[in-house]
Ligand binder design. Structure first.
Ligand SMILES: Nc1ncnc2c1ncn2[C@@H]1O[C@H](COP(=O)(O)OP(=O)(O)O)[C@@H](O)[C@H]1O
Ligand SMILES: N[C@@H](CCOP(=O)(O)O)C(=O)O
Length: 305
């Protein structure tokens, strides 16, 4: 590969964290990376097995995202060679589409000489994807609480509390976000609404002041996980039992099928890994279990001279 003019690196994200449906998420250090070189014609080069099925032409989601930046800036996108790599598994609930969207909009903005501010990038990407709980952590890193409504996108970014780490179980099967949204009810009772808003508020507050002891209670959710559980074998068991193996709290990551557990980084995670592998085995699944820190950098642009 010739040296690109610049590289954009956007992280994966874990959305919802239980009750924070469409509003609360965090970023983890698995990256989608774009290497961009201005040249006379546009060339899209997806690399690696994970991206083998993604198009190598202008219909590629990342190129479409770059054009969104140009449209927002009312400019034409200059032609470039765009090489795409990713460590984010697609359609597993780790925000691969948000990482692609954010990376693309940031790359388009960079190619245009940065006419858009971070707030514009957030607004464009949140409107496009509809899930600020993925795009805001992918853009800013850390833990983000965000709202998206007709007044725009508003957010607060938190640095992760000390000693808080993440363990993810990433099954080998794909589950598209649209399929996992289609199983959700259209309406909820007042009791469900009160349960969700009180637990989401407690979760945001607990994360902001480092009350790790409250996470397990605060992460209870009846808005989306019970409806999605039939699509994710073993999820209900993990939500019920993971605390007995060291998890500080557990949730479906995004729309699944990945499951996220919080752990205390001062404690061994081997019992949790053994438990999670056991759940997969009992349900006839294969997959990976990884310990990850919470990413704090968000999307990073590196210029190569
Ligand atoms: N790096 C990428 N390049 C092109 N398309 C991508 C990339 N990452 C994700 N996508 C698109 O996003 C889809 C997955 O989005 P989605 O179902 O929302 O799951 P996820 O939870 O991974 O975001 C993929 O099937 C693919 O169409
Ligand atoms: N709040 C959304 C989040 C989807 O996240 P993804 O990583 O699965 O794309 C939802 O729960 O539908």
């Amino acid at each position: 590969m010739t040296t690109p003019a610049f590289t954009v690196r956007a992280p994966a994200s874990s959305a919802n964290l239980g009750p924070g449906f469409d509003s609360l998420g965090l970023s983890v250090p698995l990256f989608t990376t774009l290497h961009v070189t201005p040249q006379a014609t546009t060339e899209i080069v997806p690399r690696g097995e994970e991206l083998a099925a993604t198009p190598a032409d202008e219909s590629n989601y990342i190129y479409q995202a770059m054009r969104l930046a140009a449209r927002r800036a009312r400019r034409d996108l200059p032609p470039a060679r765009i090489e795409i790599e990713t460590e984010v598994p697609l359609a597993r609930g780790l925000g691969s589409s948000a990482a692609a969207l954010v990376a693309g909009v940031v790359a388009g903005n960079e190619l245009l000489g940065r006419p858009l501010r971070d707030e514009d990038v957030l607004d464009v990407t949140a409107r496009e994807e509809g899930h600020p709980d993925n795009v805001a952590p992918a853009l800013f890193g850390g833990i983000v609480i965000a709202t998206l409504d007709k007044l725009g996108t508003h957010y607060v970014r938190l640095d992760p509390p000390a000693n808080l780490g993440v363990t993810v179980l990433i099954p080998d099967f794909e589950l598209s976000t649209s399929k996992a949204r289609a199983v959700l009810p259209k309406e909820y009772s007042r009791a469900d609404a009160v349960h969700a808003l009180s637990h989401a508020a407690l979760l945001a507050a607990s994360l902001s002041v480092g009350r790790l002891d409250l996470l397990r209670h605060a992460m209870q959710d009846y808005i989306h996980q019970i409806w999605r559980a039939p699509l994710v074998p073993g999820l209900s068991d993990i939500l019920e039992d993971a605390h007995r193996f060291g998890a500080l709290g557990a949730a479906l990551s995004g729309a699944g099928p990945t499951v996220l557990c919080f752990h205390d980084t001062r404690e061994p995670t081997l019992p949790l890994h053994e438990y999670l592998h056991g759940v997969m085995n009992r349900n006839g699944l294969t997959g990976r279990v990884l310990d990850l820190p919470i990413d704090t950098a968000g999307t990073v642009v590196t210029r190569h001279s």
